[in-house]
Design a protein around this ligand. Structure first.
Ligand code: MN
Length: 460
């Protein structure tokens, strides 16, 4: 398995010349983020000389669809089917003991000082400080004992304290339950896992599904986990770093602003506080950071959303072929859908289904299956030549959208769907795309004589 652990994946990237080792001195403040962003979508970055730290920082371990496909050992078209199958049939984790768990090589229970221990970067200009952006945040339901995994932005608020943005989903539900009973909610924050487990953490699942079990299915074998030292949580045994702690009840402290996925800042406000109780890490640990709004961040959110969106549309329009949540649309707000239309009106049903799948979805474009939805120039061509606003436009006003979309009023705004499919009864030539016979088969290098110059073939 290429992506068995964070380290084996680094080695794989290096073997494919997709890991940039940066040994120049870099500052934790902005410079790590800036260099990583320059290589976003091209190469992972591995900083060996972050000023003031001996621990290296890595970013961009999966910053293209090709990277995720390779980590999942499939091709680009295989990502969504494979992910969907794993979500439907989770594989329970395998609990191992300390001797089998490298993350237990170092156990720190006292004098925890996060900023002294780890190179936690400052990413954007207006960020309130140093942020852990790539920690799998694991909590457990005390009744069912099922764990839940999600990623939350974590501001370093003190030497052993983090401020967290916890949106109203599964972790939030468990926290509110604990808080109502006056309890803290135990948690573990896991930094530096394989990219498959990282992707699994973002699965859209019903409450009660453990995302680590989805990782097991994607990996084709149970994920090895080990029990924490100070909390009743199981964490990936091959993780680089684990922070153990608890979300305190009835405590809120200022957090933010912080540069988020839509390329805008999430505001400062009073938010939940995590008290760290222990740190464990591998020997020579590697710190991992995700640069917000980069391809890695967007695709991590987008791919699991596509899997969920595909399932929802298929319930209504069984002939849906593919879906794409494009990076320009933050991998959340824009959905491109291709269908094989069999009945007039199905494209509009696909639009309605997409709106119902997620409140984040704001604009939907539906095209025929011949349009490559991963090529945004082709999508634009379909909008330009197959869409008439008078009959092909769907508008819904005053509905709930993303609160991080600054053009909404507290999340409330309009949604728009564009039906760019060809009418079923149109005459055959009208929408026939031009084609040069032989074009697909030709290997153009066979035609080029690299020795020849225009002088030798054409003399005056
Ligand atoms: Mn969940």
């Amino acid at each position: 398995m290429r992506a068995k652990t964070f380290r084996t994946w680094m080695q794989y990237l290096q073997s494919k010349d997709r890991l940039a080792v940066i040994d120049k001195n870099v500052s934790l403040q902005y410079e790590v983020a800036a260099v990583s962003k320059k290589l976003d979508g091209k190469k992972a970055t591995y900083f060996t000389a972050v000023e003031g730290y001996s621990i290296p920082v890595v970013s961009g371990i999966c910053s293209s669809r090709e990277d995720f496909a390779e980590a999942l050992e499939t091709d680009q078209h295989g990502i969504i089917p494979k992910f969907t199958e794993a979500v439907a049939s989770p594989t329970p984790c395998r609990l191992v003991d300390h001797t089998e768990a490298p993350v237990k090589e170092n156990i720190i229970l006292e004098n925890i000082n996060l900023m002294k221990m780890f190179p936690i970067p400052v990413h954007h200009e207006k960020d309130s400080g140093n942020y852990i952006t790539a920690g799998l945040f694991i909590v457990r339901d005390p009744v069912t004992r099922k764990q839940n995994v999600s990623i939350h932005r974590l501001q370093v608020s003190g030497k052993d304290k983090l401020g967290a943005l916890i949106l109203p989903r599964h972790t939030f539900h468990l926290y509110k339950q604990a808080e109502e009973e006056g309890r803290a909610l135990e948690c573990a924050i896991v930094i530096g896992v394989d990219p498959v487990t990282l992707l699994a953490s973002q699965a859209s699942t019903p409450y009660g599904v453990d995302e680590l079990e989805i990782a097991g299915s994607l990996r084709g074998e149970p994920l090895e986990v080990v029990r924490c030292e100070t909390v009743d949580i199981d964490v990936p045994a091959f993780a680089e770093i684990v922070l153990e702690g608890k979300i305190l009840p009835h405590v809120r402290e200022p957090e933010g602003p912080f540069g988020e996925f839509p390329k805008y800042y999430g505001p400062r406000s009073n938010k939940e506080v995590v008290q760290i109780t222990a740190v464990t890490h591998r020997n020579n640990p590697i710190f991992y950071t995700i640069v917000p709004a980069g391809y890695e961040h967007l695709l991590l959110g987008g791919i699991p959303r596509e899997a969920s969106l595909f399932q929802t549309i298929r319930q209504t329009v069984p002939s849906v072929k593919a879906v794409h949540m494009s990076p320009g649309g933050t991998c959340r707000y824009h959905a491109i859908v291709s269908i094989k239309k069999r009945n007039e009106g199905e494209a509009k049903n696909a639009i309605i289904a997409a709106f119902a799948n997620s409140f984040d979805i704001k604009h939907v474009v539906v095209v025929d299956e011949e349009v490559d939805i991963f090529n945004m120039e082709e999508v634009e061509w379909a909008i330009a030549t197959r869409f008439q606003a008078e009959k092909d436009l769907v508008l819904v006003h005053s509905s709930q959208g993303s609160k991080l979309d600054p053009s909404t009023e507290e999340g409330v705004g309009s949604k728009m769907g564009l039906d760019c499919t060809v009418p079923l009864n149109s005459e055959p030539m009208r929408y026939l795309k031009v084609y040069i016979p032989g074009y697909d088969e030709i290997k153009v290098d066979d035609y080029i004589n690299s020795e020849a110059t225009i002088k030798s073939v054409h003399s005056e």
